[in-house]
Design a protein around this ligand. Structure first.
Ligand SMILES: [Ca+2]
Length: 200
């Protein structure tokens, strides 16, 4: 391999790395919430100072997703969490976005995008200018609850928007792979192999 070729490869590798180090990262932690259920709590972080997260258009899917709907009320967001106890339910066991819309005062949800069922949580929404949640360099935005042992099946994809810029970043991933491990694997290329469904 000539020095020129080697230099070219290094430059290309650096370009790939700079793309990998996206300006929005998604991380998660998990905990047990009882009844054999495992909760994954997701946080989005803008890595560019003073570029604040302005909204999401995200879809989570899983082979089996826990939903708790007190008195049949929707729980895509936290608005009805106050009804959980009276209905004998537990908000910790619900898959939901971790904001109260404030009746639209804090979160504006795009019409027809809020979906929750036994396999899906999805919504497109933005923080309002006066939202109690904005501006946010980092925000814990969703929890997905699945039966223990099925966590390999959680996939997420969508976009995160940056407030007041019109800039959006595409994000996607799968549990249980930690986001940092994913970045490292992408940077190291062939040294890592992404786990796929069906693998422990
Ligand atoms: Ca829910």
């Amino acid at each position: 391999m000539s020095k020129t070729t080697l230099l070219l490869l290094v430059v290309v590798a650096l370009m790939v790395s700079s793309n990998v180090l996206a300006d929005v990262t998604i991380g998660f932690v998990s905990d047990d919430v009882g009844s054999g259920l495992k909760r994954f709590t997701f946080t989005a972080t803008s890595t560019v100072p003073n570029q604040f997260i302005g909204g999401f258009d995200m879809t989570f899917t899983a082979s089996s997703m826990s939903q708790q709907n007190p008195f049949g009320l929707p729980t895509v967001f936290q608005d009805n969490n106050g009804q959980m106890a009276a209905a004998g339910l537990d908000a910790n066991k619900d898959s939901q976005f971790l904001y109260d819309t404030g009746g639209g005062a804090d979160i504006l949800v795009a019409s027809g995008t809020a979906v929750e069922n036994a396999t899906t949580l999805s919504a497109a929404f933005v923080f309002t200018a006066s939202s109690v949640y904005a501006p946010a360099q980092s925000t814990t935005f969703a929890q997905i609850v699945v039966p223990g042992g099925t966590e390999n099946s959680i996939d997420w994809s969508g976009v995160v928007s940056i407030a007041n810029t019109g800039v959006i970043y595409e994000v996607s991933g799968q549990t249980p792979e930690p986001a940092t491990l994913g970045l490292l694997c992408l940077a190291l290329g062939a040294l890592c192999r992404r786990p796929t469904r069906g693998e422990g």
